[in-house]
Structures are given as C-alpha cells and as structure tokens.
Design a protein around this ligand. Structure first.
Ligand SMILES: O=C(N[C@H](Cc1nc2ccccc2[nH]1)C(=O)O)c1cc2ccccc2s1
Length: 156
C-alpha cells in the first residue's frame, strides 16, 4: 500500500513531532503505539484492525497457551475471569494493551493483543461478526469462539 502523504490519517492516528529529534512520528491514540512510518489506510473498507484478550478453558479448541501449558479452568471460570479484566479496563484501572500482554491466552499477547488488519473471512465467524460491528475505539462485550472467550478492541 503506497503511503499517500496527502491522504488523511486513518481514524485514531495522530501525527506528532519528536521533541528530541524534531522528526515526525505517528501515534495510535487507542493502542498508544507510536511508529515512524505513516500508517496505511485500511487496505480496503472491508478490513478492520483489532486487538483482543482471549481467555481459554478446558474445552477450547487448543487448551494451551504461552501462559499455561495445560489449561484446565472451566468455561464459567474463563468467562468470569474475562469479565473481571474487562471491568478493570472500562474503569481505567488498567490499559487494554497491558491486560492483553499479561493475560491473553493468544500468541498475539506479545503484540499487546494486536491481530493486525483482517477481513471478515480471515477470523472465526463469531469473532469477525462482533469485530465488524464495532466502531473504531469501541470495546466489545465477551464473545465466544471455539478458542475461548474474547473481548475485542477495534483500533482501525
Ligand atoms: O489464532 C490465533 N491464536 C490462537 C488463539 C486465537 N483464536 C482466535 C480466534 C479469533 C481471533 C483471534 C484468535 N486467537 C492461539 O494462540 O491458540 C492467532 C494469533 C495471532 C497472532 C498475531 C496475529 C494474528 C493472530 S490469530
């Protein structure tokens, strides 16, 4: 995707000037991530970018993660745990990115929960359905897929 310098920045992004170097950089107001490259506009209006927090349980498709080799919690325990994380985020006691990095059972935890850009067909249907309903910056309620329970933050 060419970086058209006249195109408006995608929603949620701001252009900043580095105090130390005077160089222009770009800051995503939702993920608080900054980068030197101008962010690409969504590859096509059908694509979105989301971050998520996943809590797996014993009946998850793959009941294992970087956090826990053998996940034994029940579905009810997983949902309760995820709701407690969501409450901390909504009450601003913790940032989404920190909570994803610490607690998400998805390998995207290493990227603050960021899944990158995706189209509807690229993610499990229940996940995509909720993700595409979100406005940029909006946090979903808990969503169930075969992987477990997720909360989804749309960032682009
Ligand atoms: O499917 C993945 N990870 C699975 C868990 C999982 N299941 C999902 C279902 C829908 C959306 C995200 C999901 N993540 C795992 O680690 O067992 C992905 C990891 C990553 C990492 C970076 C970018 C995309 C993806 S999709």
């Amino acid at each position: 995707m060419s970086n058209d310098n006249d195109a408006p920045l995608p929603e949620g992004w701001e252009m900043r000037t580095s105090r130390s170097t005077g160089m222009t950089y770009f800051l995503n107001m939702y993920t608080k991530k900054s980068q030197w490259e101008r962010p690409d506009a969504p590859a096509d209006p059908g694509d979105v970018r989301c971050s998520h927090i996943l809590v797996k349980h014993a009946e998850s498709r793959r009941p294992s993660s970087w956090r826990e080799e053998n996940i034994t919690r029940t579905k009810v325990e997983a949902l309760d745990l995820l709701k407690s994380y969501r409450k901390q985020i909504v009450s601003n006691d913790a940032s989404f990115t920190d909570m994803a990095t610490k607690y998400s059972d998805c390998s995207s935890a290493k990227r603050g929960g960021d899944l990158g850009m995706f189209s509807r067909s690229q993610m499990q249907q229940a996940f995509a359905e909720e993700a595409f309903k979100l406005k940029v910056g909006q946090l979903s309620k808990p969503v169930e897929t075969e992987s477990g329970y997720h909360i989804i933050l749309r960032t682009v």
